[in-house]
Design a protein around this ligand. Structure first.
Ligand code: ZN
Length: 242
């Protein structure tokens, strides 16, 4: 099975379309949350994701904020401005879809969350210490996370050691070794100084992690954001990938 792994689309339809074109044939799609927030195309991205085969989609913190499940005061001023725009833009149908999203799904091989298996919606997994603690919070060989927008593999070789942090090389396709916590990076707002959209294909037969980056028309997204009055900071960052 070839499963498309995407996360943090953030209402960027141009990036999402580029990823879907680049990915080719897939048997299923797992989306790790934050379909909306920051970008100009929340309803269009939700619609496109809903059409993907055998979809599992997880709730992200921006999705929860759009549903008013969390306090917007926890967001910085620009993020709050983008959030209010998003809440206004979302259709009833889109809101109903977001409302049904689970915080965590355990498949036989992989646990899926947005943040971490310890705090599914909120925790940013950035360092090996916290990642190591998180291995106690799932039982499957692998856990896929999003939220930091940074492509990363935390590898746990044996118990009672610290997890090892690996940044995969673009277009590498490592065979996965249990156990690991893996982040595919962000489709719609990469933050590793590489502005290209990030995603992965999880080939369950090996199992193999095919990590990919793809260019898209960033200027087109920036123009839509400008026309909608979205915050300048969010427009600028797309071009530089931070
Ligand atoms: Zn995000």
């Amino acid at each position: 099975m070839r499963i498309l792994i995407i996360s943090d689309i953030h209402a960027n339809l141009t990036a999402l379309n580029a990823v879907l074109d680049h990915a080719g044939a897939i048997d299923a799609a797992w989306c790790l949350g934050d379909l909306v927030g920051y970008g100009p195309d929340p309803n269009e991205c939700i619609q496109r994701v809903r059409e993907l085969p055998d979809l599992i989609c997880i709730l992200g913190n921006h999705d929860a904020a759009a549903l008013e499940q969390i306090d917007s005061a926890t967001f910085n001023p620009e993020a709050r401005q983008a959030l209010h725009w998003t809440q206004h833009a979302l259709t009833e149908e889109s809101l109903a879809f977001l409302k049904r999203l689970p915080e965590r799904v355990d498949t036989p091989l992989v646990t899926l969350v947005h943040g971490s298996p310890r705090q599914p919606v909120w925790e940013y997994l950035l360092d090996t210490f916290n990642a190591t603690r998180c291995f106690e919070h799932f039982d499957t060989p692998y856990c896929f996370v999003g939220h930091t927008h940074l492509p990363i593999i935390f590898q746990m070789r044996s118990a009672n050691t610290l997890a090892q942090l690996q940044v995969p090389e673009v277009d590498s396709s490592p065979i996965l070794q249990p156990r690991a916590i893996i982040n595919p990076g962000s489709v719609g707002q990469p933050r590793d100084r590489d502005p290209r959209a990030a995603y992965a294909i999880f080939d369950t037969s090996a199992p193999r992690w095919e990590y990919r980056r793809v260019t898209y028309d960033i200027g087109a997204v920036q123009s839509r954001m400008l026309a909608l009055g979205l915050p300048d900071r969010h427009i600028q960052r797309l071009a530089a990938g931070w």
